[in-house]
Structure formats: C-alpha cells, structure tokens
Design a protein around this ligand. Structure first.
Ligand code: 5AD
Ligand code: SF4
Length: 475
C-alpha cells in the first residue's frame, strides 16, 4: 500500500485549515502547490497563517544563514501556536524543504514545538506523516524515498489550477549531479532524476484544459533532463519541448534553470524550431574568470559559455539572456572580478541575480582557506549590480516602440488595466478588458518603468480572439 493511502484522522475530521509559506526557488513554489493539492484530498483548505491548523514552512537553504532565518521565523510561529493553544486549538507545525533536509533532528532539538520535519523527497508521505505526528508526537523524515513521489502527489483540481493563473510551473527533473563547489543542491535535493515524458505531457494537458496558456518546465538542472520517452529510451529536454509544443491551447513554453554544458544540439534546435518556446533563457555563468570557474567546478570556460550563447543567438536571433553571479568566491582577485564585469557587457544580459559568496557547510568551497573579506564582497556586489542595472536599463529602453505578443495574466492596479508578460518575462501594463485574461495580444510598447513596460493594444483583434478567455472556461 502506498504511504498516502493510509486513512488519516484528518481525512475524517472535516475541513481543516492549511497555510504553506514558501521560500526560495520556483521548485519550492511548485512543491508547495503539490503539498496543498495532496492535503486538499485529506480535507484541508488553504487559509491565512493566523487561522491555520497546519502550518508548513517550505524552506530554502541555498544562501546566507538560511537555517538561522528559519529559526527566527519559528520564534514568531511559536507565538501563533501558543495563542491558538490558549483558545483550545492545536496547531501542527511542519518544516519542509532544503533546511529540513539539511538540519533534520536539529530542528526539533532547537525548536521542540515543531511537530514534523519532512525533506523534499518525501512530500507524498505527508498525510501519513501528519497522522503519525498527531498520534505519536515528533516525526523527522529526511530519508531519500525510493518510491516516485510524483506518482503519489495529488494533481491540482481545475479550480485550484484556475486560481493560480494562466502561467504554471511543471517540475520535470530534480536534484543535481554537477557538484559545483559552492552549492548545497546535490546534498539537499540528491541525485539527478527525471520524470517520464508521458507523465509530463499528461500534466500539461490537464493544466491547459483548466486554462493554463504558459508552462515553465523547472528543475535544479533542468537541461540535464533525460526522462524515459514512450519507447523507453531517454528523451532530452529538446525532445521533450518538441513533444510539449504539440499540446493544443498551450501557447508558451519556458524552462529554468539550465547549466551551460547541458545545452545540447536538440535544445538549440528547439529554440530554432519552436515558436512556442520563448526567446528568453536564464543561463547562469556565475563568474567570468576561467580560474574561478575551474575552482567552482563549473566544467566550462568563459569561451565555452560564450560559444553556447552565440549558437543560441544564431538559432534564434531575438534571444535575451539572464544569469546568476557569485562575487567573492574563495580566491577571487580583482582581476577575476573584472573578468566577470566584462562578460556582462560581452553577453549584454537583459538582467541578472547576483550574490555574495556564502560558505555552505559541507560544500568543498566552504573549507577553502582563501575566503574573501566581507568588505570586499560588499564592494564587488555593488559594482556588479550597477553594471547589471545599466544593461537591464539598456534592454528595457530598447523595448520602447517595439511590438510584443503579451500573455494577459491578471487585472492591473488601475481601473481597466491588465498586466501581462512579454516574451522576455517583463510585466506589461495595458488598458484592456478583463475578458482578455488568458489570451495573447500584440502590444506596442509606449513607455517603461523600472523593470516593467507600458503598452497599448496594437490592434483591436487580438491573436487568439476565437479562444474563450480564461474567465469563461470551466464551471
Ligand atoms: N553562495 C552564494 N550564492 C550561491 N548560489 C548558490 N550557492 C551559493 C552560495 N553558496 C547562487 C548561484 C545559483 C543561485 C541559485 O544561487 O548563483 O545559480
Ligand atoms: Fe548547484 Fe546548479 Fe551547480 Fe547543480 S549545477 S551544483 S544546482 S549551481
């Protein structure tokens, strides 16, 4: 019997309230939704944190004192739990995500009012774990499960999908085998695994039937994807994208986050061949210095990276790129850092995330003796961010006067205004009727904000006027 087939007391005690607080990456957002979907089957409805009977913190461990932040948040949560206890109501506190995986028992030791600690590979066991925690007290489950959690996690109802909007994430791969020397992911998320093609196609079908128009395939190292195809042989991400592009009513595809060495021919061909695949790619380089890239175990040089960018631009000339950067990696000199500044201009990034190196216990770089002084890190981060901002402004300014297809997602702040996304993921604000939510229209960009665009409908007949708007789909 699968773990989540055990009847639990929660399933029998009617509607209880659940709040999942998500930190960190898109994978955590997806996981939080799947946890809520699985617990919905057990009778839980989502609520604000103050009213919750079950509070789950889905934590992130990637950078900067992550565990400490969770412990300080737990201080506040304890007050919630105590206040509820005063009213005679029991609140169950669960810690999920990568801090749960990394800290395990330590969480219960430092915060004894926590009831359940569950690692990212075990979310499908939540209903059973919850029942055990309620019955027997503290439970910690951070084993890497042998069974496929996706087989057991519930799919969202069409109503839940609709409430989450027209753009959805689908996890296609998890974990990472790259072992960059700064990164905890291979330890917290485990070895690289890919979901079978058929499961992903079925999920895409279900989502689009509920009104989703854009799917972002996600994974810690998404382009290492190698899930089993219908013939049992592994599919690359490029092959998967080709198959997904056939999904009726699916208008847009994206994927994140990619490793430069896994940009294979089939993926580059997908960018050339598939109009549905958006011309935007997050391709982290981390550093522009070959010496630092080697110390990071990135497995590529600056030249290799630039060659990948050139191939993608040749396949799809309107591609825009974003990146992640780490400054102050152990041993980084001023010259190394300048090489990073130079690559920003060479690629002409449309934007980037940048971080000060943060030693993660258990990773090789944390033990390096040549740690960079905090003052230097702060100074380099400011210089890097100024360079990125300059590029970002150049990109945004260049959008004025262009026309983009915009996927309308929701109502804007002003009366009569909708907010959509450009192919490059920028929010675009346009005066347009609510009935256009879920449709794609051609928009002329007339102005810019700090990282957003303003536009007008290029012509009154939008691209897929024949399709019902999301607001009209379903019940
Ligand atoms: N210190 C700083 N930044 C880090 N990242 C990952 N690990 C660390 C670390 N130890 C950054 C990388 C990665 C992004 C998700 O987080 O840039 O691409
Ligand atoms: Fe971490 Fe990405 Fe490197 Fe994997 S490829 S170890 S997830 S930075």
């Amino acid at each position: 019997m699968a773990a989540n087939e055990h009847p639990s007391p929660t399933a029998m005690s009617g509607r209880r309230k659940l709040h999942v607080k998500s930190y960190g990456c898109q994978m955590n957002v997806y996981d939080s939704h799947r946890m809520a979907d699985t617990l919905a089957r057990e009778g839980f409805i989502e609520s604000p944190a103050e009213d919750a009977d079950l509070l789950i913190l889905n934590t992130c461990h990637i950078r900067e004192k992550a565990a400490e932040k969770v412990y300080s948040e737990l201080g506040r949560i304890r007050q919630l739990k105590d206040a509820a206890a005063h009213e005679g109501r029991r609140v169950i506190i669960a810690i999920a995500g990568c801090v749960a995986q990394a800290e395990g028992e330590e969480i219960i030791r430092r915060a004894p009012f926590v009831d359940l600690v569950v690692g990212p590979q075990n979310y499908h066991r939540l209903p059973a774990l919850l029942a055990r925690a309620e019955r027997d007290g503290k439970i910690v489950d951070t084993e890497f499960a042998v069974e496929d959690k996706f087989e057991h996690l519930a799919a969202p109802t069409p109503e839940a999908t609709r409430a989450r909007g027209v753009s959805a994430f689908v996890t296609v791969q998890e974990g990472c085998d790259k072992f960059c020397t700064f990164c905890v992911v291979p330890y917290t998320r485990g070895a690289e695994t890919s979901r079978p093609v058929a499961k992903i196609l079925a999920e895409a079908e279900r989502l689009t039937q509920a009104g989703v128009r854009e799917i972002t395939l996600i994974g810690q190292n998404v382009n290492a994807y190698h899930g089993a195809g219908p013939d049992g042989r592994p599919h690359t991400l490029g092959m998967l994208l080709h198959a997904l592009a056939e999904t009726p009513d699916l208008a847009r595809l994206r994927y994140a986050t990619s490793h430069p060495t896994d940009m294979d021919d089939s993926l580059i061909a997908a960018h050339r061949d598939l109009a549905k695949l958006m011309p935007q790619l997050h391709l982290p380089v981390q550093s522009g210095s070959d010496r630092i890239l080697a110390a990071m175990n990135r497995r590529h040089t600056r030249t290799d990276y630039l060659a990948v960018i050139a191939r993608l631009r040749a396949a799809r000339p309107d591609m825009a790129f974003t990146s992640d950067f780490i400054v102050g990696f152990p041993g980084e000199t001023e010259d190394d850092f300048r090489a990073t500044l130079r690559i920003i201009d060479e690629v002409g990034y449309a934007g980037a995330f940048s971080f000060k190196y943060s030693p993660r216990p258990g990773t090789p770089a944390a033990d390096d003796e040549n740690q960079v002084d905090e003052v230097v890190k702060v100074e380099r981060l400011a210089r890097l961010q100024a360079a990125v901002e300059h590029r970002q402004t150049t990109f945004i300014s260049g959008c004025v006067g262009r026309t983009f297809d915009v996927l309308f997602e929701k109502v804007g702040r002003l009366q009569g205004q909708l907010v959509g996304r450009s192919p490059y993921l920028h929010p675009v604000q346009v005066m347009a009727p609510t009935s256009m939510i879920g449709t794609i229209a051609t928009v002329t960009i007339t102005g810019i904000g700090s990282n957003s665009l303003f536009g007008t409908l290029a012509h009154s007949l939008h691209l897929d006027a024949a399709r019902p708007a999301l607001a009209d789909v379903g019940a």
